[in-house]
Design a protein around this ligand. Structure first.
Ligand code: GLC
Length: 414
């Protein structure tokens, strides 16, 4: 095991090495562009040693914002043939070539953290970013709500690409006419760690649909077979709304609309409680059916400022049973797969969001234990994309931006 000091140096170096000039890539090769929530976390990491660079990361992300307020999940700054599906497949018309979907809107929360590092220095930067973040929030409130919960229109939007949450909805989709395409992800990393072809066909099918509908939200709402209200989108949107409210107040803005939105989203959270399962779950908006999944996103309730004793009991249990929590899927679930991406592995980024929430809500002991376990995982197994929750083995890409940022901003701090 390397000393913590060296790990901090290594983490900083990863952010510097993954810097492509104003934005970071998640990791060289596998993900050669700017990803939305990765970038927000990178800003939080940079803020620990270079606040100026942290602001630039967020500003570059918002340079890709569409005229209607949407902030894309990928910005294709420079074309890279090593990634599929690239800008030509998405065919979007934003200010920077991009994908046509979003990712969990944690940028406002991370921007607030960056601001807190140096309020004076960040005053103008925050003043300029605030209306843009608000426009994105308004876009989500306008287009993505179902009974107050926030919906995803593509598994990639949640950041939990192949989570079992989408299985039932995906199984109902016909992707037989998706056509020929060449995956690039499996050329970079072990295919056992990645989503299956069945899933991938449906991911591409949904991209083709969005493209045909010119990414028009009203048309997609009417036509897309994939619309799922989910804990990731709902909890991160609620948390972002709380942060926008606080920042708006500090900047002397009228925040009454955001206050009303917070109430709507809080009501939406209760529609994700699956009583039978005893956990926050995803629900298919078209069929009304529960996914039946307790994922690591289910534990983001505290991050959103929502208390829940049953979830706390579950968390304590999983933290005792699993050496490197929090697994992205319930270890007792039939769908649990120790290495396959979001169907079992532990992700440091989600751990950080859970841990920050626990601390905010007064669960200091659990927050500290989770930070310590995440720090051990990184110290023993490196800055990997994600990890086997039982052995701790590294999986996916290496030298990963968000794992390095999580070390700097949270896990490696004490
Ligand atoms: C994968 C992950 C997603 C992440 C992206 C870049 O698609 O599922 O959450 O943002 O990679 O790291």
């Amino acid at each position: 095991m390397t000393s913590e000091n060296t790990l901090t140096d290594q983490a900083q170096q990863i952010l510097i090495d993954n810097d492509r000039g104003g934005y970071t890539v998640p990791t060289a090769g596998l993900y050669p562009y700017q990803w939305n929530w990765d970038s927000a976390v990178a800003a939080f990491g940079f803020a620990q040693f270079d606040v100026e660079r942290a602001w630039v990361e967020l500003e570059t992300l918002f340079q890709g914002q569409w005229a209607d307020g949407m902030v894309p999940h990928i910005l294709f700054h420079k074309n890279d043939p090593g990634y599929f599906p690239g800008p030509d497949v998405w065919a979007c018309e934003g200010p920077i070539p991009s994908s046509g979907i979003i990712q969990p809107p944690i940028a406002a929360t991370m921007a607030r953290f960056v601001w807190e590092q140096d309020r004076e220095m960040g005053q103008t930067r925050m003043g300029a970013l605030y209306p843009k973040m608000l426009a994105w929030h308004n876009w989500i409130m306008r287009w993505r709500l179902h009974m107050g919960a926030v919906c995803t229109t593509h598994p990639w939007e949640t950041g939990r690409d192949n989570a079992p949450d989408w299985d039932k909805t995906m199984a109902r989709m016909d992707a037989s006419d998706v056509g020929e395409y060449t995956r690039r992800d499996t050329a970079h990393v072990n295919s056992e760690d990645r989503p299956t072809k069945f899933d991938y066909d449906r991911y591409i099918k949904l991209v083709q649909l969005g493209r045909r509908l010119k990414w028009d939200q009203a048309a997609m709402m009417a036509e897309s077979p994939f619309r799922v209200a989910d804990p990731t989108m709902t909890f991160t949107t609620l948390r972002a709304a709380r942060d926008l409210h606080a920042v708006g107040e500090a900047l002397g803005k009228d925040v009454s609309q955001i206050a009303a939105d917070i109430k709507r989203l809080e009501a939406g959270v209760s529609t994700l409680w699956n009583k039978e399962l005893g956990g926050f779950d995803s629900r298919d908006v078209h069929s009304g059916e529960w996914a039946g999944c307790v994922s690591n996103a289910s534990y983001l309730c505290w991050f959103a400022g929502v208390e829940n004793p049953a979830m706390l009991a579950r968390l304590r249990d999983v933290m005792e049973r699993v050496p490197y929590p929090v697994p992205s899927n319930d270890p007792d679930a039939e769908t649990f797969d120790v290495r396959r991406y979001w169907r079992g592995p532990t992700w440091a980024i989600v751990n950080m969001l859970i841990g920050l929430g626990l601390k905010d809500m007064g669960h200091e002991k659990e927050a500290q234990a989770l930070a310590k376990k995440t720090a051990d995982l990184i110290a023993e197994h490196g800055f990997a994309e994600y990890f086997d929750p039982f052995s701790g083995d590294a999986a996916g890409g290496g030298s990963f931006t968000w794992t390095a940022a999580v070390w700097l901003a949270w896990a490696g701090r004490d």
